[in-house]
Design a protein around this ligand. Structure first.
Ligand SMILES: N[C@@H](CCC(=O)N[C@@H](CS)C(=O)NCC(=O)O)C(=O)O
Length: 203
């Protein structure tokens, strides 16, 4: 079955999806649009909500990064069978995205003074608030969000990397259990080879 993932030539919200597809050994076309040339109006107009990522499979399309990641993850056996445990992981990914929403405000800010102030707030407040909690959850759960490898771990590492890219930091270095998880996910079969080959992203 032909699979296509449409996103920009940066990691961002599509990278966990790319990681899961590579980990699962699923062949797919990784369609990348130049972030710096966006909006490419013909592409934007063709998207259901004008945004990326968008996933295509067997003539059907799916938007929303978490819906796509979860769908791919089910096929890669990266969700627990128990529905309560599934809901707990859903909560984890929404918590991760709550952190990411702070970074998005920073990315979108065009006023340099406000942008610098917001960066300071992320570095001094939001990272501490969220990452201390992530660290605690990981410690409690054997180094993973759901006691063993799941889609939430992939989503998390993708968001860590996107945060690093846009803020010019290595946020995981301040949190040992977070750092260990990032290293583990990046070393997974399929993911490791993909990382070695991918073009380094720039913003
Ligand atoms: N909630 C959506 C957000 C998608 C989103 O914000 N996409 C951004 C890139 S990360 C985008 O397409 N920006 C370009 C635009 O809005 O024109 C998701 O998780 O997929």
């Amino acid at each position: 079955m032909a699979r296509k993932l449409h996103y920009f030539n940066v990691n961002g919200l599509a990278e966990p999806i790319r990681y899961i597809l590579h980990y699962a050994g699923q062949k797919f076309e990784d369609v990348q649009y130049d972030f710096k040339k966006w909006p490419i109006q013909t592409v934007k107009d063709s998207l259901p909500y004008g945004q990326l990522p968008m996933y295509e499979e067997g003539g059907k399309t799916l938007n929303q990064s978490l819906a796509i990641a979860r769908y791919i993850a089910v096929q890669a056996n990266l969700l627990p069978a128990d529905v309560w445990e599934q809901a707990e992981l859903d909560a984890v990914v929404f918590n991760i995205y709550d952190f990411w929403s702070k970074v998005v405000v920073f990315i979108k800010e065009t006023d340099p003074v406000k942008k610098a102030a917001f960066k300071k707030e992320i570095l001094e407040e939001f990272i501490n608030f969220f990452f201390n909690r992530f660290e605690k959850e990981l410690k409690k759960n054997n180094g993973y969000f759901g006691k063993k490898l799941s889609w939430a771990d992939f989503v998390f590492v993708g968001i860590v990397e996107a945060t690093n890219l846009f803020l010019g930091i290595e946020v995981q270095k301040q949190f040992p259990t977070v750092n260990a998880l990032v290293t583990k996910v990046r070393s997974l079969p399929g993911v490791k080879e993909y990382i070695a080959k991918r073009t380094p992203y720039q913003v």
